[in-house]
Design a binder for this molecule. Structure first.
Ligand code: ASP
Length: 451
């Protein structure tokens, strides 16, 4: 029987993305999206519902997935020293890449001299600073006083802390804990299957998310701030393609080309959702199943990275600092810029990867170096769109560091990394095999009859 070549999920997601942007642009350019209009109420309204349901479904997976996979990971490593090494290496690499990222942003923006001569009265919206967490509070806050609360609020560092502790305690209990180990491993497998199920609707959801965002925002905002936007996007691309891929090649020897190809889907998810946190299930899946990183490393590095590692955000902060400082005619000097780098790296630790958090961190940096926080109003309008691009860079950084750490710990399956088809979702993945269906039905019937 001739088998028809099925389109891969990545291709479908790419098509969804392109169509979403086109449809969004058409609605925006034709001005069909006026308040109360049919298109705004029903068409864009429908896109909103589909997109929102999808992002919510992804978020729904995050806490149980991190919980099960991290405990499985700790048991898999089975040795506290090795665990410490994975933690130490990933933390160091996350901080290093964030610092390089912001330096790239500052250097490029300062060389080009963006923001000079910008009239501050053109700030389109006013910005009021939100409270950013102090580092001391972040440290104390790593330990949850109530686990249920931590999970309910999705506090990632607390969930990571608790899960690692559960894993270590299971190892200490030893043989007696075997049933729990099995339960948690199966739980992990079930959650990973659930990721596949949610991802099956990704092409449609990506379409809806992008059509809605572009229909509402349009792209003309980007033109108004063209210099800022171009420098920022160039810095993001330099960081992704040169810095991160260079670090990947040097530290792990793995192919950047394969890495980028296998990360494309995850980048589109990050781009569409503007949230590293909501993308955790997809990143974790790509890093383990497609790039061959053992779960014992990825289950820690991925959620940890989504929380503390934001290279794209750091680049935005560097470029925005130069842009706004220049617009105000403030001379920061080398020491000022070094403070900015340090503050941004610290600020990134406690703030989770959710949409728009980069601006909150930026206000904290500005307060330190004496740039008026209201200056952020100048870039507020374009931030929603740029957030999409930088989130894609954020998740790429998390994945690159995961590969490097795994390679250095002997936990990278290179045959998976190099196999172009590894971990591709096919329609069979979503099938429930007939015999399983039958067996399960019989099992339920038996239990029922007994009762
Ligand atoms: N949206 C980004 C993320 O989730 C954070 C930010 O830059 O605002 O990674």
């Amino acid at each position: 029987m001739a088998t028809e070549k099925k389109m891969s999920l990545t291709t479908k997601v790419l098509i969804g993305m392109a169509l979403g942007i086109i449809v969004g642009l058409i609605i925006n350019l034709l001005g069909l999206n006026g308040e109360g209009s049919f298109v705004s109420e029903y068409v864009v309204g429908f896109f909103h519902i589909v997109g929102k349901m999808f992002v919510t479904a992804l978020k729904m997976l995050v806490v149980p997935l991190v919980f099960f996979s991290l405990i499985t990971g700790v048991i898999g490593i089975g040795d506290i020293n090795a665990l410490g090494k994975v933690g130490g290496k990933s933390f160091a690499l996350y901080m290093l890449t964030t610092a390089i990222a912001i330096a790239v942003g500052i250097t490029l923006a300062a060389t080009i001299g963006i923001g000079e001569g910008v009239n501050m009265t053109s700030a389109t919206a006013s910005f009021t600073a939100k409270e950013a967490p102090a580092l001391s509070a972040v440290l104390v806050d790593i330990i949850p006083s109530n686990v249920v609360n931590a999970m309910a609020l999705g506090k990632m560092l607390q969930i990571i802390f608790f899960s690692i502790l559960v894993g270590i305690s299971i190892l200490m209990v030893g043989k007696k804990a075997e049933p729990v180990v099995e339960l948690i491993e199966i739980g992990n497998e079930i959650m990973m299957k659930m990721v596949n199920v949610v991802m099956a609707i990704a092409p449609y959801a990506v379409f809806a998310l992008l059509a809605k965002a572009i229909a509402n925002l349009g792209l003309d905002l980007l033109v108004d701030l063209a210099a800022y936007v171009l420098v920022l996007i160039s810095a993001l691309m330099i960081h992704l393609f040169v810095t991160l891929m260079g670090i990947l090649k040097i530290f792990s020897g793995m192919s950047p080309k394969i890495f980028l190809k296998k990360m494309r889907e995850t980048q589109i998810f990050a781009f569409s959702t503007s949230s590293s946190n909501a993308t955790i299930p997809v990143t974790l899946r790509a890093v383990t199943d497609r790039l061959g990183v053992n779960n014992s490393v990825a289950s820690f590095t991925v959620p940890f990275g989504a929380t503390i590692n934001m290279d794209g955000t750091a680049i935005m902060q560097g470029v925005a600092t130069v842009f706004i400082a220049n617009a105000y005619g403030i001379e920061l000097g080398i020491s000022g810029y070094l403070t900015v780098i340090m503050m941004s790296v610290l600020a990134s630790i406690g703030t989770a990867g959710v949409p728009g958090v980069g601006l909150i961190m930026l206000s904290m940096v500005f307060a330190q170096v004496g740039i008026p926080v209201e200056g952020i109003g100048l870039i507020l309008g374009v931030d929603r769109l740029l957030d999409m691009v930088r989130t894609a860079v954020n998740v790429s950084g998390d994945a690159a560091v995961s590969v490097i750490v795994a390679k250095s710990e002997g936990k990278l399956d290179e045959s998976v990394f190099n196999d172009p088809d590894a971990g591709k979702i096919t329609e069979d993945d979503l099938d429930i095999p007939d015999d399983v269906e039958r067996e399960m039905a019989e099992m339920v019937k038996e239990t029922h009859d007994k009762a």
